[in-house]
Design a protein around this ligand. Structure first.
Ligand code: SAM
Length: 209
């Protein structure tokens, strides 16, 4: 929790209270349905919450904007981002029902009124979004294929819209066909060793192969 205050010092009491409550909710649910590994649950603020919030260091979401979290699993990065941007709308999607059950319980427990959830493959989701966020779901070519047509051409963020993907390691091969991809190193924003190889890849919509 101290980590959240260290990097996001200007949040409201309600936001800090939600981040505080989040740990207990996940710990409780993880005893029943294992959605977060044991090591990760002990370091949930570093490995899940702060990592998810890395996206916010690259892009601030506007009130009323629509964000799709593809393959949210236990709710990452969608839930921490929904706490950080309470006036932005988040749609969290995953194809595994039991993970969505936990997400639904956490959303309810935290009283997050800006989160909608759907248990489905992303290919089945219709509608368009200002940004698509994700972590650890698929290689970029597959991900781009799955999400084709789901990014609004007219964004509420003026000229910025597209995919914001949390990735790690060497991306040279994976992003070879995406010359417009912008790579942001999270070690430039967070000093913990965990972030040494972590990045946010921003793929603008107007990418033309
Ligand atoms: C490794 S987990 C990552 C979960 C979460 N994003 C995180 O970082 O903790 C990948 C998730 O993507 C989901 N997934 C994979 N392909 C999907 C698809 N086509 N549509 C929706 N969800 C998908 C899986 O069910 C799984 O929960």
């Amino acid at each position: 929790m101290e980590l959240i205050k260290k990097y996001f010092p200007d949040l409201s009491d309600d936001q800090y209270a939600k981040f505080e409550q989040l740990e207990a909710l996940y710990k409780d649910w993880n005893l029943k349905i294992n959605v977060v590994s044991r090591k990760d649950i002990d370091e949930i603020y570093l490995r899940h919450v702060l990592h998810s919030l890395g996206i916010a260091k690259i892009q601030k979401f506007k009130p009323g904007a629509e964000i799709l979290d593809v393959g949210t699993g236990g709710g990452f990065p969608g839930i921490p981002l929904a706490i950080l941007f309470p006036e932005t709308n988040f749609h969290l999607v995953d194809s595994i029902g039991k993970k969505m059950k936990v997400v639904n319980e956490v959303v309810e427990g935290l009283k997050l009124t800006n989160v909608k959830t759907t248990n489905a493959r992303v290919e089945e989701i219709s509608g368009t979004y200002d940004f698509i966020v994700s972590r650890a779901v698929a290689a970029m070519p597959t991900f781009v294929h799955w999400t084709k047509g789901k990014i609004a051409k007219k964004s509420q963020h003026e000229l910025k819209n597209g995919i914001l993907y949390l990735k790690g390691g060497d991306l040279t091969v994976e992003l070879r066909d995406y010359p417009k991809a912008e790579i942001y190193e999270l070690r430039d924003y967070f000093e913990e060793d965990f972030f040494n190889t972590k990045k946010v890849v921003y793929l603008p919509l107007k990418y033309k192969p």
